[in-house]
Design a binder for this molecule. Structure first.
Ligand code: NDP
Length: 323
């Protein structure tokens, strides 16, 4: 029996490639010198795609060339790189990698929050530049007595809240609806949450429904002692409004893991001393990236074993049950 043809759009971890190589005939799109010829000859045979939120959008024009695709397994819990509604329209199942990265992303978020408030990277630079020999490092802001607003109290938001509960800070949240089993104060608008908080942690999905959810008005409400931490998606924050708010002192500082046009980061942010900038690394440990990669492979293997997708996204047309 011929093996199932799978397309990988960009390189993933060796362990994922090895697993997929064993189970399927794996085609590597990035290695195709003549992409047009590849899509012409092999394209119609491709039945599954392994792709990643780390490598840009999976364009509809590519799907047009792959008429036999049944499943797109995307690496990452956020799947704004795939138009899941359009995939559903074509009858294609989309899977993501929820759950396996919650703790890692929550750990990093707490690290970024403390780094931003206590200026940990700046203090490190100060020492290395020999400035400590001339004068002590200036005193920093603090997490003490702060109220933290979480925008998006989902799997990762809750893991962040659990960690924060050990830090003796107030916690409140915003989402589209109140969660009956959650005791933290709920704010139906993000502006009201910002008004009541002096740290705002953003951990919603990306995509059109959250685009620029954090805008100039929200930053104004956060206020001059306010700190914005964005570990969600760059699109959730109006980056120009944020730059302006940081420049004018409308808010105190920001810690960012994600940007509107990754990997390009605005020079205005890079030039600011009072922000901490990370290159989209919240889930980026070997341990967690391996777990995410395994889930990508397991979804493809389960699907082609007729066991259904393991972690389908809500938009997906699959209504069956995993046995
Ligand atoms: P969940 O689906 O478990 O949680 C998402 C939360 O966002 C829910 O509480 C939801 O609440 C809220 N939400 C959704 N839409 C809106 C909206 N329009 N306005 C306000 N709140 C909204 O997802 P996860 O916790 O697993 O992941 C969250 C996101 O974190 C991912 O989608 C991804 O974008 C980002 N992420 C970033 C990483 C990084 O490397 N920086 C790594 C991993 C994830 P409700 O339904 O009540 O609105």
């Amino acid at each position: 029996m011929s093996r199932t043809d799978i397309l990988m759009t960009a390189p993933m971890m060796p362990v994922v490639i090895e697993t997929l190589d064993k189970a399927f005939t794996l085609h590597r799109l990035w290695e195709q010198d003549d992409r047009e010829a590849f899509l012409e000859t092999i394209g119609p045979r491709i039945r599954g795609i392994a792709t990643s939120t780390l490598y840009g959008r999976l364009e509809a024009s590519l799907l047009d060339r792959l008429p036999s695709v049944e499943i797109i397994a995307s690496f990452g819990v956020g799947y704004d790189n795939v138009d899941a509604a359009e995939a559903a329209r074509r009858g294609i199942v989309v899977t993501n990698t929820p759950g396996v990265l919650d703790d890692e992303v929550a750990d990093l978020t707490i690290g970024l929050l403390l780094a931003t408030l206590r200026k940990i990277p700046q203090a490190d630079r100060y020492l290395r530049e020999g400035q400590w020999l001339k004068a002590p490092f200036p005193l920093s802001a603090t997490l003490r007595e702060r109220k933290v607003g979480i925008v998006g109290l989902g799997r990762i938001g809750k893991a962040i809240a659990r960690r924060l509960s050990g830090f003796d800070v107030g916690i409140a949240y915003h989402g589209r609806s109140r969660q009956p089993d959650v005791a933290y104060p709920y704010y139906p608008t993000v502006t009201d949450l910002a008004q009541a908080s002096d740290v705002l942690i953003v951990i919603t999905p990306g995509g059109p429904s959250t685009r620029h959810l954090i805008d100039a008005q929200v930053l104004q409400a956060l206020g001059p002692n306010g700190v914005l931490i964005n570990v969600a998606r760059g699109s959730v924050v109006d980056e120009q409004a944020l730059i302006e708010a940081l420049r004018s002192g409308t808010i105190l500082s920001a810690g960012l893991d994600v940007y509107e046009d990754e990997p390009r980061v605005p020079q205005e942010l890079i030039a600011m001393e009072h922000v901490v900038l990370l290159p989209h690394v919240a889930s980026g440990s070997v341990h967690t990236r391996k777990a995410m990669g395994k889930l990508v492979a397991d979804n493809l293997i389960a699907w082609f074993d007729d066991k259904g997708p393991l972690t389908p996204v809500p938009e997906t047309p699959y209504k069956g049950r995993v046995d």
